[in-house]
Design a protein around this ligand. Sequence first.
Ligand SMILES: Nc1ncnc2c1ncn2[C@@H]1O[C@H](COP(=O)(O)OP(=O)(O)OP(=O)(O)O)[C@@H](O)[C@H]1O
Length: 241
Amino acid sequence: MGEPILTLSGVHTHIGQYHILQGVDLAVPRGALAVLLGRNGAGKTTTLRTVMGLWRASAGTIVFDGRDITGMATPDIARAGIAYVPESMAVFSELTVRENLVLAARNGLLDSARVDWICGFFPALRKFWHSAAGNLSGGQKQMVAIARAVVEPRQLLLVDEPTKGLAPAIVASLMAAFLDLKDTSTTILLVEQNVNFVRTLGDSVGVMDDGRVVHAGAMHDLAGDAALQQRLLGLALDAHQ
Ligand SMILES: Nc1ncnc2c1ncn2[C@@H]1O[C@H](COP(=O)(O)OP(=O)(O)OP(=O)(O)O)[C@@H](O)[C@H]1O
């Protein structure tokens, strides 16, 4: 795997009086699809939000593309080349798909070649281009949210549980889209609960527990080791097939 595009070293995050991240070490290889797994409450979302500057790291360093971004303001982190798709599928329901993308575009101008590229892996967006985003299915809204994040070129895309609540067929098309995105040399860090889905998709994996990364390595090593899965995740990947 390539050298890391993103490295977290000993990152601690406090939310109010709570000490949530307790020394997160994580390296995301450039050009990879990296997956962050872990039980509910392990700290996965907090990790993404800390990278994005939405929570301030209280200790440790975050280096992106050779640059220390620890403590930088969120808009500066976005400008440095990181996009974030939160779990909540942030779309404007009353606006059309096109208008949702226009709002996310620099200067409000859509680049037609970029739109063609996005619709290449999310054909549904073309179909509903002039429909209100609120009328789309959950999976299609998720596609709008991801499209908003990549409407401007970004080197790294952080995506929080994109498959939550989606039907298997929609999950499959989302996954295919992530592979297409990866082929365009966008690095992706994906928080996911659906281990069965990511076992064939992920290149690298980090497993979090209690605010730390307790395992990091190649996805195929974890996917091929039932005892390790059981120990780290408390369940077997095969049980989810
Ligand atoms: N705003 C907040 N105030 C207080 N505690 C919080 C806040 N946000 C998150 N936490 C706590 O931080 C811990 C980690 O939460 P986080 O959302 O990062 O976990 P997660 O691994 O993403 O979980 P899930 O898979 O359930 O989304 C949890 O114990 C959670 O209750």
